[in-house]
Every structure is written in structure tokens, then in C-alpha cells.
Design a protein around this ligand. Structure first.
Ligand code: A3P
Length: 296
């Protein structure tokens, strides 16, 4: 009886100073030892940057724009989430990855320094998605409210402080984006932005196609744009996480595909919080060429 089931929020631990689920910490040596294939594609992002969106785009590209093929299973069964050791029925990323044959699309939220070394040894292609921190913070707050597989976020004000301090699962947003930005010139990493994808999906999907060495033609490109739009993904049970039981993901608290916009932070940040945020941002992001747009 799923209704009767309750999930207690997880205990957390640290790996290399990064806050992670205790189950992930306890499996860490196996995660580190994961053997990638050179054909595997890694899709990486800090939580709530739009990784599910990019996963769907890449899955459509891999299957030549065949949306029925992309409806073969929910996102989390199609693309192993390599560091996750989640409650059933969500599969463990490692088990799922090992049961699949390459070329695999593998998902991670890990900061670049914690990625299993094999991905670099095999010179795998990586697509990183970054999203402006204000919308990331808001989206993450609502996600931690609805996802009982993560710690409860506390009040909005408490969460705001925790995010700025980097005391949230997968660590500091600031370190995450800077780390991946610095790595992009050493490895085969396509660094993309949520805001760019919103602004011009065609242009951005073309970049992904080029990075993957594919040319599918205009009709297929249009199909991919349509199938991966917010509304289509929100209504698609294979992309909207509705198959996860509600004692884990409670969409009545906040749906997984919540708003899908740029600038929702304006409905959450107080004037004082916004000032504090900007001041703190300048300090943490000084000396990087990485720039974000928090409105279009
Ligand atoms: P919001 O909470 O702001 O709505 P992730 O997949 O990395 O967990 O990110 C989830 C965020 O991406 C959510 O943001 C979600 O709505 C948004 N998102 C998912 N698919 C999208 C799409 N096709 N277009 C725009 N935003 C999308």
C-alpha cells in the first residue's frame, strides 16, 4: 500500500567537503570505480539547472527524433543517475549503468572534481547545463519541499542562507559552476546555459547536434524542439516524473516541471535578500569570466 508508506528524509554525509546523501557516501568507492566507455555521454549540472530538459534533447538526438522511442521508459530508467542510491522504485545509478550497454547517456550532479576518473580517461563527451543562481535557488527550494529523498529545506529565509553558504545537497552552486567552467577547456565539455536554451532552442539544439557530430535535418530538429518544450514535457508521463510514487515526489506540494521560466526569483526574493545576494555573488564570482543572465 503505497499510500501508507512514509519516507523519512535521508541522513547526509560529506565527500570531499560536498554534502551528499549518506547512501551515496557509503557507496562512494564503487561510484568512483565506475568504468565508462568512450562512447558514453555524460550530462552534468548542478541541481535544477534543466538537466531533465537536456537529457530529453539528447535522447531525441540519439534516436533520430523518434518520440515513441523516447517514451520507452521514464527519464530515470533511460539515463542512469550515476551517484544516486535512491529508494525503490528509483533504480540505483550504478546498477542501471552496469546493466546497460554503451553508448549510454549518464546523468550526474557531481562537482567536476568528484566525477569518476574513467570518464576523463575515456575522453567522454560531456554536456554541462548551467542556470542563473537566483532561479536555481528558487527551483531547488521547491524541489526540496516536494522531494522526500532530500533533506527538508526549512523556511524560505533559512533556505536562502543555506544556498549562499553552499550547505545544500551537491554543495555550493558557485563552486560547481566555476569548477566546470574551468574544466571546459581541458576536456570535451559543451558548456550550455538554461537561459540560452529558453531564448533560442533551435540555436542551442544545433550546438548540441554539432558537438555530437550529428546532422538530422530541419524537420527532425523541429520535432525535437516541439517534443522538448515545457508543455510537452510537463504532459509527458515519461519526462515529468509522475511515475515516482508520491511518498517520494509529492507533486501536490510542487510539480517537478514547476514553471520553467526565467525570473521567477523576483516573486521570492525580498529587496534586502536581493541586495545581499548580489553583494555576496560579486565576492564569490570575482575573477571568473563566467557570466549569467537572471532575466532576458
Ligand atoms: P522550475 O522549478 O523553475 O520550473 P532539473 O531537470 O535539472 O531538475 O531542473 C528542473 C527545472 O527545469 C525546473 O525549473 C523545470 O520546470 C525546468 N524544466 C524542465 N524541463 C523544461 C523545459 N522543457 N523547458 C523549460 N524548463 C524546463
Amino acid at each position: 500500500d503505497l499510500k501508507a508508506e512514509r519516507l523519512t528524509r535521508p541522513n547526509m554525509g560529506h565527500i570531499g567537503g560536498i554534502l551528499l546523501d549518506e547512501n551515496t557516501c557509503n557507496t562512494w568507492s564503487q561510484i568512483c570505480d565506475f568504468q565508462a566507455s568512450s562512447e558514453d555521454l555524460l550530462v552534468a549540472a548542478y541541481p535544477k539547472a534543466g538537466i531533465t530538459w537536456m537529457q530529453e534533447i539528447v535522447d531525441m538526438i540519439h534516436h533520430g527524433g523518434d518520440e515513441q522511442m523516447c517514451k520507452r521508459a521514464p527519464t530515470y530508467d533511460r539515463h542512469p543517475f550515476i551517484e544516486i542510491v535512491a529508494p525503490k522504485p528509483v533504480p540505483s545509478g550504478l546498477e542501471l549503468a552496469k546493466a546497460m550497454s554503451p553508448p549510454r547517456i549518464i546523468k550526474t550532479h557531481l562537482p567536476v572534481q568528484l566525477v569518476p576518473l574513467s570518464f576523463w580517461k575515456q575522453d567522454c563527451k560531456v554536456i554541462y547545463v548551467a542556470r542563473n543562481p537566483k532561479d536555481s535557488l528558487v527551483s531547488y527550494y521547491h524541489f526540496q519541499r516536494m522531494n522526500h529523498g532530500l533533506p527538508a529545506p526549512g523556511t524560505w529565509d533559512e533556505y536562502f542562507d543555506a544556498f549562499l553558504a553552499g550547505e545544500v545537497p551537491w554543495g555550493s552552486w558557485y563552486d560547481h559552476v566555476k569548477g566546470w567552467w574551468n574544466a571546459k577547456d581541458r576536456q570535451r565539455i559543451l558548456f550550455t546555459f538554461y537561459e540560452d536554451l529558453k531564448e533560442d532552442p533551435k540555436r542551442e539544439i544545433q550546438k548540441v547536434l554539432q558537438f555530437l557530430g550529428k546532422d538530422l535535418g530541419d524537420a527532425v530538429l523541429e520535432k525535437i524542439i516541439h517534443h522538448t518544450s515545457f508543455q510537452e514535457m510537463k504532459n509527458n508521463p515519461m519526462t515529468n516524473y509522475s511515475s515516482i510514487p508520491s511518498f517520494i515526489f509529492d507533486h501536490s506540494i510542487s510539480p517537478f516541471l514547476r514553471k520553467g521560466t526565467i525570473g521567477d526569483w523576483k516573486n521570492h526574493f525580498s529587496v534586502a535578500q536581493n541586495e545581499r545576494f548580489d553583494e555576496d555573488y560579486e565576492k564569490k564570482m570575482s575573477g571568473t569570466s563566467l557570466k549569467f543572465r537572471s532575466e532576458l
